[in-house]
Design a protein around this ligand. Structure first.
Ligand code: SAM
Ligand code: SF4
Ligand code: SF4
Length: 363
């Protein structure tokens, strides 16, 4: 028997679907709810120009107060329930997730959770790496499985211009080594490519990470939020990136691992490993988008480009039971119709006034 519970957002009675172990709640396009990205803070120690430009995120910027953040117990409760609805992968992000104090404590709480069929969920983190070297061991010991480290250039001057920080590239490479040593592998590297800012770094990055056992993923510069002044002519498409690399190091396409895999994959023909392309602008993948996002203050977002979230924090703080929370979570997914990247450029799509910022919701 499925439970029938009033769902506030849709204004409709919605049964919480009865799921066999391994099954997931599906949205209006039949997309299963599989990945949960948890932004644990809106703060960051970098000011990447494409994400948190200093003109917008200067000394006067007001970040969320600590009392507004979900506690580790609240996050863990949401994840525990999300696992019963189909979530299999959890990614911690931010802002910069390592700016959240004692993140390893949250990792320990999450790594103890199990899916209804007794599986440990995949538990990973995306970080800029600046604080990773000192944290890697504790995170791994607490149960973090892997990390993705963002790095936009090999050249110090370009990297520091992109991240608007004084951190040298060597520090981030050192953090990757510390993560590898701690067993947070296979390690992925995210590079956002912005024309005229760092596209001259595509080949140096490819050269560096070939044969390293680390998968370099090139991300098309996206029109997330409103702060970065995004322009289409600054996007370097995945196809152009492949073409540039292929001219020096021949590439062959690789099959996707699973439905909802974000990156399209290519392998170096000489066995030098793989690269990934995240082509959200030139080849949107909304049809396979299985990602749900939780903001630092407990709002659920069903799309990176959403202009409003569904508040779980207030609900939880009124003392609701797990059944209602589950109904809320599944109701949000059942009513999901998002496919922004496929609609980008069509009338009305890019005119959204209140798109959330990447630094608030994470990648
Ligand atoms: N601070 C962490 C980091 O940078 O890895 C985690 C949060 S960050 C928002 C997550 C990912 O989003 C990073 O890899 C970052 O490069 C990417 N990102 C941020 N703004 C972007 C944009 N406008 N277009 C494409 N990717 C972006
Ligand atoms: Fe910070 Fe990550 Fe955004 Fe850069 S991309 S400003 S490191 S949150
Ligand atoms: Fe998913 Fe929204 Fe991105 Fe489409 S635009 S892939 S629905 S997050």
């Amino acid at each position: 028997m499925s439970r029938v519970i009033f769902h506030e957002q849709s204004g409709a009675m919605r049964p919480v679907p009865k799921l066999a172990p391994g099954e997931a709640v599906q949205d209006t396009y039949g997309r299963p709810m599989r990945d949960l990205r948890i932004s644990v803070t809106d703060r960051c120690n970098f000011r990447c120009r494409y994400c948190m430009p200093r003109e917008v995120y200067g000394p006067d910027h007001v970040f969320l107060p600590r009392s507004a953040l979900l506690t580790f117990e609240e996050i863990t409760r949401i994840v525990r329930i999300a696992l019963t609805l189909g979530i299999r992968k959890i990614r911690l992000t931010g802002g910069e997730p390592l700016m959240r104090k004692e993140l390893e404590v949250l990792v320990g709480m999450l790594s103890g959770l199990r899916t209804p069929d007794g599986m440990a969920p995949d538990l990973t983190m995306t970080t800029n790496g600046a604080l990773l070297a000192r944290k890697a061991k504790a995170l791994a010991a607490a149960g973090l499985q892997r990390v993705t480290v963002s790095l936009d250039a090999m050249d110090d001057a370009v990297f520091q211009r992109m991240s608007d920080s004084g951190v040298p590239v060597a520090d981030i490479l050192g953090a990757m080594d510390a993560a590898t040593e701690a067993g947070l592998t296979p390690l992925k590297v995210n590079m956002v490519v912005r024309r005229r800012m760092n596209d001259d770094q595509i080949l140096p990055m490819a050269r560096h990470f070939r044969h390293s056992g680390r998968v370099l993923r090139f991300i098309e510069y996206m029109d997330v939020g409103h702060s970065n002044g995004w322009r289409m002519d600054e996007v370097v498409t995945g196809a152009e990136i492949v073409q540039r690399i292929n001219a020096e190091f021949p590439l062959v396409p690789v099959q996707a691992h699973y439905r909802g895999e974000v990156a399209s994959r290519w392998a170096y023909a000489d066995g030098g490993g793989e690269i990934g392309l995240i082509t959200s602008v030139s080849q949107p993948f909304c049809g396979d988008c299985t990602r749900l996002r939780l903001s630092p203050e407990g709002k659920l977002f069903t799309c990176l480009f959403a202009d409003h979230g569904h508040d779980l924090r207030e609900l939880m703080r009124t003392g609701i039971g797990d059944d209602i929370l589950a109904a809320h979570l599944s109701g949000v997914w059942l009513g999901r119709t998002d496919r922004y990247s496929e609609q980008r450029g069509q009338a009305g799509a890019s005119g959204r006034d209140n798109k959330i910022e990447m630094s608030y919701i994470g990648g």
